[in-house]
Design a protein around this ligand. Structure first.
Ligand code: FAD
Length: 188
């Protein structure tokens, strides 16, 4: 059996929802399905989501990679899918990640700065940039858990769970509550 590797870029079709347990909910569902299926097919790789765009890298047995990619191509949660790499592979380069999710926004920001790129647009990556992105995904030391934190400030405009107005409101409410408790305490 022969091995192959594949990387593509695409644009999300869904409107990003507030991050839950470190991951945007649509992406969390994609990750759950991917991990279940890829583990069965002994596929490994990584997924990066930022700036409403996906970058995914997959490697494994050619049949399994192609079958999976066929399903991915038909998925209406993304569009404008651009195949960046599709070639034979001598030996596996990822450890046992069925689908590593990479919320490494700071690293990606540093990578974009280094490359003189203004935003995360993997469809426009050169092959060298593509290899660097794969390297970044491979070397990131993230727990294989959905509870990793993306940094919305660094790449893209992922929505915050609490707006700054709500945060200010909560701080004011906290101060008022403490004040009331102190006053209440002195009156007893
Ligand atoms: P199903 O049992 O058909 O579905 C699994 C779950 O996904 C269900 O909860 C279902 O509601 C939900 N779902 C499926 N399609 C949609 C849809 N169009 N809109 C909303 N929810 C939907 N699959 C892999 O196996 N491996 C991968 O590495 C992988 N990477 C992906 C990367 C991206 C960016 C995207 C968008 C999808 C990816 N998928 C991947 C998912 C893939 O496109 C198929 O949806 C999936 O493989 C179908 O598998 P299944 O038949 O086991 O899942």
């Amino acid at each position: 059996m022969s091995l192959m590797r594949l990387a593509y870029a695409s644009e999300a079709t869904f409107e990003a929802k507030p991050v839950e347990k470190g991951v945007e909910p649509h992406v969390a569902r994609i990750l759950m399905t991917s991990r279940k299926n890829n583990a069965k097919d002994q596929l490994v790789g990584g997924l990066y989501y930022g700036n409403d765009r996906f970058f995914q890298y997959l490697e494994g047995e050619e049949d399994a990679v192609r079958r999976t990619y066929d399903r991915i191509l038909k998925d209406d949660r993304h569009r404008n899918i651009v195949t960046l790499i599709e070639e034979p592979l001598k030996s596996r380069t990822f450890s046992n990640w069925s689908m590593k999710y990479v919320p490494l926004s700071r690293d990606v920001r540093a990578f974009l700065d280094d490359q003189g790129l203004e935003s995360f647009d993997p469809a426009a990556f050169t092959s060298e940039q593509c290899e660097k992105m794969i390297e970044l995904v491979r070397n990131s030391s993230q727990e294989q858990t959905l509870a990793t934190r993306d940094d919305p400030k660094s790449v893209g405009d992922a929505p915050q769970v609490l707006s700054s107005g709500m945060k200010t409101g909560l701080i004011v409410a906290g101060v008022v509550l403490v004040g009331a408790l102190v006053i209440g305490g002195t009156m007893l």
